[in-house]
Write a protein that binds this ligand. Structure first.
Ligand SMILES: Cc1ncc(COP(=O)(O)O)c(C=O)c1O
Length: 369
């Protein structure tokens, strides 16, 4: 086994860079005696709302819970359809099933791998309660085109992978009726555990989400409805408040690294790059290419000490958990094709330019052999 010299992400590098700022904040938090919700969470919710340009943010236990609670706050329940992409992390779709609603998948655009606005519009029926685009790999989906194609149907952005991105000059997460973010450690804004956030301009939606995260109760021990137990904890909020100040710089840095990757890999036959539409400013969570002979390329890179990953090896509709929806092989050709050739290469904000050069040289060497 060759040692991994260039990992997919190096989370400890970010900790080292921020250690001097984080540790006194931890100590203050630990001495505070209040560990769940409370002042650090309220502070972070205000800062995040200001950053995103939305009226309200509600911190919850994970990105998955942010989706679940936001969908439920939008009224999704039994008998409803939610239109979304089959080429995403399973959480985007499993929350729909957990609400006893039905995921209605539509194919992705071949160039961006984000949901195709035209296909989304065609899938909308009287049962459609919400349309949920996913900003895959941090590349903003065209929410404006989707909204124009489906007037009157709320859009919930699955922005788990895309905090810091912009579409047509507006922050991802401020484009629809609501948005869900994840602070899973590898994400653009990563906590030291699980965490999530709902963003919205709708005060009623925010109130419902606040209630649902604490068992459905506004006043303790007197629930109005059955809710969940899903709060952002204060330690994570403390970390996130500190890290949020650096997010734009990290996004700019990863965009620079991706620009370098794109320039070096564009001439390499065997690699195809995803489109980067002019009206958006991606916040790259992954740098993902389409790679011919992917299954040979991966071990070759591993032999050079370079990590890689496949997000995602199967379109959601072809996984066993979603088999009962009745889709099959061939239902969404672009998503299925992507599952067969996408490859994510190392990318994190502290990555050195030389490391990108090394990865590109190894990829070029593989295809040049
Ligand atoms: C697109 C997408 N949606 C939802 C989630 C769920 O977020 P979490 O892992 O915080 O529950 C993730 C991340 O894992 C994701 O990538």
């Amino acid at each position: 086994m060759v040692d991994v010299r260039i990992p997919l992400k190096d989370l400890a590098a970010q900790y080292r860079a921020l250690e001097a700022e984080l540790e006194p904040a931890f100590r203050e938090f630990l001495a505070s005696g209040q560990y769940i919700l409370g002042p650090p969470v309220e502070k972070f919710e205000r800062e995040a709302a200001e950053y995103l340009g939305v009226g309200y943010c509600v911190g919850v236990g994970s990105g998955t819970d942010a989706l679940l609670i936001a969908l439920r706050a939008l009224g999704v329940g039994e008998g409803d359809d939610v239109v979304t992409t089959p080429f995403t992390f399973v959480a985007s779709a499993d929350v729909i099933v957990r609400l006893r609603a039905r995921p209605v998948f539509v194919d992705v655009d071949a160039e961006t791998l984000n949901i195709s606005p035209g296909a989304a519009a065609e899938a909308v029926t009287g049962r459609t309660k919400v349309v949920m685009p996913v900003h895959l790999y941090g590349l903003p989906a065209d929410v404006t085109a989707i909204a124009a194609a489906i007037p009157g149907i709320p859009i919930l952005e699955d922005a788990a992978q895309a905090i810091g991105g912009e579409f047509a000059g507006r922050k991802v997460g401020s484009l629809g009726a609501g948005a869900a973010f994840s602070f899973f450690p590898t994400k653009n804004l990563g906590a030291f555990g699980d965490g999530g956030l709902i963003a919205t301009d709708d005060g009623t939606l925010a109130d419902i989400a606040r209630r649902l995260r604490v068992h459905g109760a506004v006043s303790k021990n007197y629930p109005e409805e059955i809710g969940y137990k899903s709060r952002l904890d204060g330690l994570q909020a403390t970390v996130l408040s500190i890290k949020l100040k650096y997010l734009d710089a990290w996004v700019a840095r990863t965009r620079g690294l991706v620009a370098r990757y794109r320039e070096r890999l564009a001439p390499v036959e065997g690699v195809a790059l995803l489109a980067e539409p002019a009206n958006c400013r991606p916040a790259y969570h992954q740098f993902t290419v389409r790679a011919t002979r992917r299954e040979e390329l991966r071990p070759f890179l591993a032999g050079e000490g370079i990590a890689s990953a496949i997000y995602y090896p199967a379109a959601v509709h072809l996984t066993p958990a979603f088999a009962n929806l009745g889709y099959g092989a061939g239902s969404f050709p672009e998503a299925e094709k992507a599952a067969g050739d996408v490859l994510s290469l190392p990318l994190w904000p502290e990555m050195a330019d030389e490391q990108v050069e090394e990865v590109c040289a190894a990829v070029a060497e593989f295809y040049g052999r």
